[in-house]
Design a protein around this ligand. Structure first.
Ligand code: TTP
Ligand code: MG
Length: 365
């Protein structure tokens, strides 16, 4: 059965809230971020209005560069409290349209409308109602993607921003995807783009032409997930993680500070086993793995890695933890405590004991 999923994402969120509250800024390039100090400022652009994007500005760009490109822009510092309030209000509205709701970030959420819509026509009507409701009540615009999977819905919501509605059906989605740059695939960043471009893969259509196993050969362990996303085979459910729990962690202090690798390893294995029991019992998957390490003298570090894919696999956790541990090899101090934290949690759909091909680490993206 085709699932009917929508992904909703506010347009230039922080900038939109500032423009709503200061109508004199409407139609102007508005940039939210660090103080540009006439081009000498440090820090980055958080976001900017679509008028500012016409000058090539984007999130993450150094504010000094933004100022060079758009010196006449309106530069504002972010006001977090206000955005959190609007985010909450938006989510309250969205939740009304389906119990099958999942907030995915400060300004984005998924809804599964399969139970309440017969086809994509009906989904589009609800999308229009949602846009209307949010604009009338909160004064900001939202773009909505409708598709049979979560990742396709996410790509669709970005397809026609701002204030757009895009429908990808099982029959047309490949046609709509084929000319898009591969960075439109969630999780593909600059590094992966450069790597894939070198292999002759520039557009999503270039992936669609390749059989799964050839793509895995080209792109290693990242390949399977990306191939599945663009072929409409992402079967993740829309599900809010309700336990109010953001992470699962455990840590252990050594009886005496140590620099014995075997001792550290065995402690990490104990911790990993303990956490694994807990996540399997609660049927939880996770995407972010963090190593906590405290050296003698209370010097404490946390190092994380975020995968592209939710997993529930203690072998992968251990592999990643040891890689993170390796980053401390040049610190010549004894260790007092180690800990593991799993976060970015989701309820499991079905046990996803992964093989090495079906997860991807952001170190490549
Ligand atoms: P996004 O949804 O990624 O961006 P956006 O809503 O500003 O623009 P778009 O219309 O393309 O969706 O992020 C939501 C908010 O998160 C954004 O308004 C500001 C904040 N943010 C940052 O502070 N830094 C960043 O690098 C990004 C990407 C977002
Ligand atoms: Mg947004």
């Amino acid at each position: 059965m085709t699932r009917l999923i929508i992904h909703c994402d506010l347009d230039c969120f922080y900038a939109a809230v500032e423009i709503r509250d200061n109508p004199q800024y409407r139609g102007k390039p508005v940039i939210i971020g660090a103080d540009p100090k006439k081009g000498k400022g440090r820090g980055v652009v958080s976001t900017c209005s679509y008028e500012a994007r016409e000058f090539g500005l984007c999130s993450g760009m150094p504010i000094s560069q933004a100022y060079q490109r758009c010196p006449h822009g309106i530069y504002l510092r972010p006001t977090g409290e206000k955005y959190r309030k609007v985010s909450k209000q938006v989510m309250q509205i969205l939740k009304k349209y389906s119990d099958n709701f999942q907030q995915a970030g400060t300004d984005e959420a998924y809804l599964d409308l399969t139970e309440i819509c017969s086809d994509f026509e009906a989904v589009k009507e609800i999308a229009e109602i949602i846009q209307d409701n949010i604009y009338k009540n909160l004064g900001v615009t939202i773009s909505i993607g409708c598709a049979p999977t979560k990742s396709l819905a996410k790509i669709a919501s970005d397809f026609n921003k701002p204030n757009g509605i895009t429908v990808f059906t099982p029959n047309n989605f490949k046609e709509k995807l084929k000319d898009l740059d591969i960075t439109k695939i969630p999780g593909i960043g600059k590094k992966s783009k450069t790597y894939l471009n070198k292999k002759g893969i520039k557009k999503i259509g270039d992936i669609l032409k390749i059989p799964l196993f050839n793509f895995i050969n080209l792109f290693g362990k990242n390949g399977e997930w990306i191939w599945k996303v663009v072929n409409g085979l992402d079967n993740r459910k829309v599900k809010e993680f309700h336990e109010g729990r953001k992470s699962i962690s455990a840590e252990r202090t050594f009886f005496a500070d140590t620099d014995d690798f075997q001792e550290v390893l065995s402690k990490l294995e104990d911790i990993n086993n303990k956490i694994h029991k807990s996540v399997t019992k609660k049927n939880i998957t996770y995407k972010t793995i963090t190593l906590k390490i405290r050296f003698e003298g209370y010097l404490t570090y946390n190092r994380s890695i975020t995968l592209l894919y939710h997993i529930q696999d203690k072998n992968i956790v251990m592999d990643e933890i040891l890689k993170l541990y390796g980053e401390f090899s040049d610190i010549n101090k004894k260790i007092r405590l180690v800990g593991i934290k799993l976060s970015n949690l989701e309820l499991n759909i079905k046990s996803r004991q992964t093989n090495l091909l079906s997860y991807a680490s952001v170190s490549l993206t």
